[in-house]
Design a protein around this ligand. Sequence first.
Ligand SMILES: [Zn+2]
Length: 245
Amino acid sequence: MTQNDERYARQLALLGSEGQEKLARARVLVVGAGGLGSPLLSYLAAAGVGTLTFVDEDHVAESNLNRQVLYTEADLGRSKAERAAERLEALNRTVRVTSIAARFTGENGPALVAQSDLVALALDNRETRLLANRLCVAAGRPLVDGGIDGWSGYVTAVVPGKTPCLSCWFEKRKPGGRAPVSLGPMAGVIGSMEALAVLQMLLGRPGPAGRLMLFNGAQWTLSPLGAGRRPDCPACGNRGEAPPS
Ligand SMILES: [Zn+2]
């Protein structure tokens, strides 16, 4: 038994060595290393995604600790990018981890997206979400997104040119205008669902592509929403297969 056979013993029966190699060759960009990013990054590193790059400009604050399980009290004041990279490298030394202590912007975003096979968002703001969506649609990169607020959360995945993009789903909705509030396990549930979606899509499975999965943590329901691409979408309206009219 090789070292990797031992490490991945509980997942190899599901993925096969071919699937495991696919994960090892994959390059994933994660935007955000907070509440959603903590489980998302941890599970991607643990599963053996070969190249993991992530972006976060923040420092660890006490109010993060109810949900951002990558960090401890000893990390207060430290750069999340630096600390999360150390944790992920300690979890799986076979993963190439690159952390970027910066905000994801229109300047650094295009190159980061271009050098990734898939992008996953772990954000709490709409502007960066829609920016990342535009860059992924332009570059033809699949995108996984999730969000939480109160007892609600969602996960969706975008395949540019084929499924609705985040602008198709969200552009016409009013921004919340405040930081989302939630309990830690809501971030855990949704961030873990995002990790599952990323792994499935890297393995060539559809995951939640084209659907918006709504989790209601008060009612304990998971509801798939379906929608078509919007012909007038500012991000994907004139790309790929023509949306049905
Ligand atoms: Zn769109």
